[in-house]
Design a binder for this molecule. Structure first.
Ligand code: SF4
Ligand code: SF4
Ligand code: SF4
Length: 504
């Protein structure tokens, strides 16, 4: 096939921001779902088991319908071949803390793998689930539009392999003339008008043109029979035998033997992040409550220990640790960069506070540490404000993080003294947590959330009873209450990470 002829068949419709770009064209009406493109890509780039830079989705559904005395059916099946869309506004590039993404002048978005630190954040942010972690390299990888083939004037491997010639590519620019009205140029249309299973919330303007299959259209999602195949539930992603890569390649070595052994647990990849977020939030909470409950030098040391332990767990979960220094290179756009910078600042002001308290006995160390700590928790909450993860993308994430900081902080501040000394503050914070849980309109895991709510109410009851009891009973009851609070917080954070159901 003469690929250059495609150029002249294209409509010249480009975003004002990017006037020239490579795009993929996909004729969904004629695709037979043979997956030659998927295999050619895998073969060319020597991808390991489970990593697919191009995926062919099968969407099927419909049923038999009574039609008078007879029965008719509206069954349908179509395919969507999806690599990276080399979007006009690549969200993956914006969030990457290491600034590892490159967007070339002709619109190709690729990862400079020498800069990637393997944090996995871009995979969360891409609405199309495109970036995939390569456990062999310890880095994120994705379709690069076969940039090496293009440089030699050849088509990308997936395009060349398509026996039906339904997958194609083109370079669009001002010079194009003829219009091909059969194609839907996705970057020109709101995501709500993109065919299923492409997500309706994306604002990245994908450089993908589709000739729609007759069955493609809004509302198909409700009639799709193989929904789990198209959008696999998060739990399925990690149920892989030990030693194998997840079928969706999101499972990766955390670098921590304990976490790596937990292969069958949903959201296993995020277990180190559960530890990181809770430990550091507890440290910030303790710092804040130092204004209400005077802390000893040992308490202040514990705050530093929590920050250090959290930071270490977070560092060890990176795929390429030697690139960790790059994490603060994208402060202009990436909240993850800002969060990491804030953590560095927090450790610095804590050191000052500790020194001040040990030597000078007085000063503003607690105030500085608290202010930086609050900014750190806020930045952490913004890291999760991703359009691609609707369950995280609300004010509730920040509220939950600050509440955890408060609850764990009060518990930490009560360390070494009777829990009854902080019971009233703890009770109020637990009540706020119950409010947050019950006010969720459509919880992803309603049963677990209800159970969490009940456990929190139980803890509130226990805390309210404390002041009424004799000292020996207060002491006896304090330990189980504290343990229950810690378990509940880990459970809540685990549910939070489980809520990240990939869009594709
Ligand atoms: S499809 Fe995803 S990975 Fe590709 S450029 Fe767009 S946002 Fe980035
Ligand atoms: S550093 Fe993190 S966000 Fe950036 S490309 Fe690598 S995995 Fe993705
Ligand atoms: S353009 Fe190249 S890297 Fe991208 S999906 Fe096709 S074969 Fe794979």
């Amino acid at each position: 096939m003469d690929y250059s002829t495609t150029l002249t068949q294209l409509t010249l419709r480009v975003s004002l921001r990017r006037m020239m770009a490579y795009i993929f064209l996909f004729d969904a009406a004629a695709c037979t779902g043979c997956k030659s493109c998927q295999m050619a890509c895998k073969d060319k780039h020597n991808l390991p088991v489970g990593v697919l830079w191009r995926r062919v989705f099968e969407v099927s559904g419909g049923s038999w319908l009574p039609h008078g005395e007879a029965w008719t059916n509206d069954v349908f099946a179509y395919y969507l071949s999806l690599g990276c869309n080399h979007c006009v506004h690549p969200k993956c590039a914006g969030v990457c803390p290491a600034d590892a993404y490159v967007q070339t002048a002709d619109g190709i978005v690729y990862i400079d793998e020498t800069r990637c630190m393997g944090c996995g954040y871009c995979a969360w942010a891409c609405p199309y689930g495109v970036p995939q972690y390569n456990p062999m390299l310890g880095r994120m990888t994705k379709c690069n539009f076969c940039i090496d083939e293009l440089a030699q004037g050849k088509p990308p491997a997936c395009v060349a392999a398509c026996p039906m010639r339904v997958l194609n590519y083109a370079f669009i620019g001002n010079e194009s003339s003829a219009s091909n009205s059969e194609y839907l140029y996705l970057w020109e249309h709101a995501a709500q008008d993109h065919p299923f299973p492409l997500p309706a919330f994306s604002r990245t303007q994908p450089h993908l043109a589709i000739r729609p299959h007759p069955a493609m259209g809004n509302g198909q999602e409700k009639r799709v029979a193989n929904r789990e195949e198209v959008r696999p539930p998060w739990q399925v992603l990690h149920r892989v035998p030990e030693g194998q890569v997840s079928p969706f390649a999101s499972s990766r070595s955390t670098g921590l033997a304990f976490f790596d052994k937990l292969h069958s647990i949903p959201a296993r990849d995020e277990l180190p992040l559960i530890a990181f977020t809770l430990l550091t939030q507890m440290a910030v909470g303790m710092t804040f409550f130092s204004f209400f409950f005077p802390l000893s030098l040992l308490h202040i040391f514990l705050i530093g220990f929590l920050l250090g332990a959290g930071g270490l767990v977070s560092f060890l979960h990176l795929g390429t640790k030697r690139n960790a220094w790059r994490a603060v290179l994208h402060l202009r756009k990436s909240w993850l960069s800002r969060e990491i910078l804030a953590l560095g600042m927090l450790v610095s002001v804590w050191l000052y506070w500790f020194f001040e308290r040990a030597v000078l006995k007085t000063g503003y160390g607690a105030l500085f540490t608290t202010l930086v700590g609050l900014f750190f928790v806020y930045s952490m909450s913004q890291v999760y404000r991703l359009r691609a993860v609707p369950a995280w993308n609300s004010w509730r994430t920040a509220a939950a993080f600050f509440l955890s900081a408060g609850i764990l902080g009060v518990v930490g501040a009560s360390w070494g003294r009777a829990l009854v000394s902080v019971w009233m503050v703890l009770w109020v914070l637990l009540a706020l947590q119950v409010g947050l849980i019950v006010s969720a309109v459509r919880p992803v895991y309603p049963t677990e959330e209800r159970l969490r709510g009940m456990v929190t109410v139980l803890m509130m009851l226990g805390v309210s009873l404390l002041p009424l009891l004799p000292p020996w009973a207060q002491e006896t009851l304090s330990l189980p209450i504290v343990l229950l609070i810690l378990v509940e917080q880990v459970w809540g954070r685990w549910l939070f990470y489980r809520m990240r159901v990939p869009a594709l």
